[in-house]
Every structure is written in C-alpha cells, then in structure tokens.
Design a protein. Structure first.
Length: 454
C-alpha cells in the first residue's frame, strides 16, 4: 500500500507541473488518510513537501511567510521520521522568517518556538528547549492572556521538562496553574482536566507525597471514567498510577483489583501483547510480590518480559527492571542459581545502556552471592557496582557511599582493615552530605570506623 501511495504522489506531481504548492500539501494530507489503522509512510510524502517548499521559494521569494509554513511542514515531517538533524535547521529558518515578518512577539513565532523546542527535546538538549518554551510562554501570556488554554499547554511542556531534569519545585506550580486554567476554561468534568490532574499526581508521587497523589488520581479517575467511558485506555493508565500510590499493605487488595481491571482494559484496547499490557503486568506482579505471593508474581513477570523483548528489543532499561523484579521473585522461592542468571542479564543491559540503576542491580547480585557464601565473587561484583555508580551517578552520590560500605564490609571480613577503613572514611562525608548527619546509614559508618580504629 505504501508503495502505491508513493507512486500516486509521484504521478500526480509529474502530471501537474503548474500545481500550486498548497495543492501539493493538501494532496499529501489526503494520501495520508488512505492508510486506516496504520502509521503513514512519511517517507512517501517527503518529496511532495520538498517540492511545495521549492515552488513557494520560486514564486514568493525565500523570505515569504508562506515559505516558513512549508519549512515547518517539512521539518515536522522529518521529525516524525526521526530525522532530527534535518528538521532543526528548517525550523530555525522558519523562525527567523516569521520573526522578521511579524515581529518577535507574534503568536506565529511562539508556535515556531514550540516546534523547535520539541526537536531540541528529541536531540536531547533539554536546557535549550526550556529556554524556547519560556519564551513561547511569555508571548502567549502577553497575546492571549494569563488564562488561555494555549498558555496551559505551554505550562505543561515546560513543567514536563523541569520534572525530567529533577526540578520538582519548579515544575509543581506550573502543573497546578495549568490545571486551574484548564478547569476554568473547560469545566471541572472535562477529560482534559482529568489528564492535568493525573499529571500533577505523577509529580506529587515522585516527591513522595503519596496522599496528595492519591487524591489527584482518584479525581482524575472519576473525571476520565465519566468523560471517556470506563473502558478507555486512559482509565487503565490512571488505575495503574493510583494502585502504585496506595502503597500501604492494608490497601493491597484494592490495588490488586485496580490493576486487574487495568489489565483487562489494556488487553481489550490493544491486544494481549501491547506494551501497556506489559506495564500493567509488572505493576500487578509487584503488588503480589510485596504481599509475599512470589509464586503468583513470577508468571506475570515472565509474560511481561516476553512482551517487552518483542516490543522494546533485548537491551532496553525497562527490560532490565523487569528482569530484576523477576530475579527477586525467583530468589524468594529459593532458586538462587536462576536468580543469579537474571541479575547478571539485567546488570549487563543496564550497564551497557548507561542506566544509573545498574549499580543497584549489581549490588543485589552481590548480596545474593554473599548469602551463598561466595565472598570472592561478591567482592568482584561490588567493585563493579562501585565503578558503575561513580561513572553514572558521580563520585559524591549516595549510591557511591553505599557501594563503598559494602566493599569495606567484605574487605573487613578478609582482614584487610586498612583498605576497609579507607573506604568507610571515603563514604562518610558523601553519606553525610547526601543523607544528613543523623541518617541511620551515616551512624552505621561511624560505628564501623570506630570499631576499626580501636
């Protein structure tokens, strides 16, 4: 079908040499509609967009605003194909044309800034994207007013970037303001309000405010069920979030019921092998594992793992996380050999991809080896965990202190007191700075040092 679409597009161009550029763009849009249920073959449309750009440059000149339209259209097409390097200069040129034509405070300039920021996010250059989003937000606030829905959309984009960068204090007021704007503009029961409430809940959960997150998730769930229907995939997503925030053991049954419902929704909406199914399976298995039902959790992890291997590939960090959880469930039922193999697979994936959880995975393997009395191998694994922590998290991270302590303990058991003392001394200031002087880990380091210095 895609080849047929490309052929029709080429034939139309060759048969209509004088067609205006707008007609070419409209044709590409029409052709994009004849692939129901499939992703459009963007590559088939790229020649149309390039020819539209060329025609406009010839007819209108290189600095006409309609040339900027064609530049933006082509850039976004390239972005959808993953051609980020090709999209960026086109968007920068479009931005320059519109700034010159309409002034730097025009709404069309704000939308160019948003498009360019989305490309920089994909590079990824989050700091540069933040700058552009802030500038776009300022233009929209001035042109549209402080409470316009487009302002809310810009607030959300900026908040998401800040959250990803770990600036939760900066992100939270932006999420709250976006929620308030959306609620005022669309009413308290609109589906968009549910989405905004869910976004804010995710942020509060990441801050450890589980009670606040649960309140927002419950509100988001009620709104979304009413607005979109009880079987909508978005309902399943919120159920996953809500179940994960309930936390306390007394809420385990409620969390399990929510996740089983979310699983049915995901399977109905996307089929049994959809990535959303894998996410829900992992969450449900986690609830069962926390309850001690390791035998029930294990087959869920294995099913999720099979889906993830097909959908994500064999070296995705999400796959490593599921392997680690499966290893924990397998170890809990006493099969330490199988658990070791799973930990090693997970650690190798995480380390190869530069994921910062690799150190914790290697540490889990080291603890398993220590439990089996394999102290020499445990030492080698802890040294690896320490090196990975230093590389991925930096020399002053709490994880570096933790791995230094683990290695010091093993060396102390071997009688290498001087080496152990040096590691404890290194770990102490890191832990004090990262965790505070009264943290139990800090106090444990002090006790170990005192024992070694007797």
């Amino acid at each position: 079908m895609a080849d047929g679409v490309a052929f029709i597009g080429r034939f139309w161009i060759s048969s209509h040499k004088s067609a205006p550029p707008t007609a070419l763009i409209l044709l590409s849009g029409v052709l994009g509609l004849n692939l129901p249920g499939q992703q459009p073959d963007y590559g088939a449309f790229e020649p149309l967009y390039r020819q539209a750009l060329e025609r406009r440059e010839q007819q209108l000149g290189p600095d006409h605003p309609k040339v900027a339209d064609s530049l933006s259209d082509l850039a976004l097409l390239l972005k959808n194909q993953g051609q980020i390097a090709g999209a960026e200069p086109l968007l920068r040129r479009a931005l320059s044309i519109r700034e010159k034509a309409f002034g730097p405070g025009d709404l069309r300039v704000a939308r160019d800034l948003d498009n360019l920021a989305s490309v920089l996010e994909a590079r990824p250059e989050p700091q540069a994207a933040q700058v552009l989003h802030r500038r776009s937000l300022a233009i929209k606030e001035k042109r549209l007013g402080q409470e316009h829905p487009e302002v809310a959309a810009s607030l959300l984009r900026l908040a998401s970037l800040l959250q990803a960068a770990g600036d939760l204090d900066g992100a939270e007021p932006l999420y709250r303001r976006a929620l308030a704007i959306t609620e005022k503009a669309l009413g308290p029961d609109h589906a968009e309000v549910g989405i905004r409430a869910n976004n804010l809940g995710l942020l509060l959960e990441s801050r450890g405010d589980y009670h606040g997150a649960v309140r927002l998730y419950r509100r988001a769930l009620a709104i979304t069920e009413k607005a979109l229907g009880p079987e909508h995939p978005e309902v399943g997503s919120i159920l996953n979030n809500l179940a994960g925030s309930l936390g306390d053991p007394e809420n385990s049954a409620e969390a399990e019921a929510m996740l089983r419902r979310a699983l049915r929704i995901a399977e109905t909406a996307g089929g049994p092998d959809h990535p959303r199914v894998a996410v829900t399976l992992v969450n449900l298995a986690g609830v069962l594992k926390a309850r001690g039902s390791h035998a029930d959790a294990e087959p869920l992890y294995r099913r999720a793992l099979a889906i993830q291997e097909r959908s994500l590939g064999p070296e995705d960090p999400e796959l490593a996380a599921t392997l680690t959880s499966l290893a924990e469930a397998v170890a809990a039922r006493g099969d330490l050999g199988a658990a070791e193999a799973l930990y090693r697979q997970a650690g190798a994936i995480s380390e190869k991809t530069g994921d910062p959880t690799a150190a914790a995975i290697w540490n889990s393997l080291a603890l398993l080896l220590k439990a089996r009395g394999e102290l020499e191998e445990a030492e080698r694994v802890v040294r690896r965990a320490l090196a990975v922590a230093e590389k991925t998290l930096g020399p002053d991270h709490a994880e570096v202190a933790k791995q230094s302590i683990n290695l010091a303990w093993l060396l102390q058991r071997k009688g290498e007191r001087a080496a152990a003392r040096a590691l404890y001394r290194r770990a102490l200031p890191i832990a004090e700075k990262a965790l505070g002087p009264k943290d139990p880990l800090v106090e444990a380091i002090r006790r170990s040092l005192a024992e070694l210095e007797k």
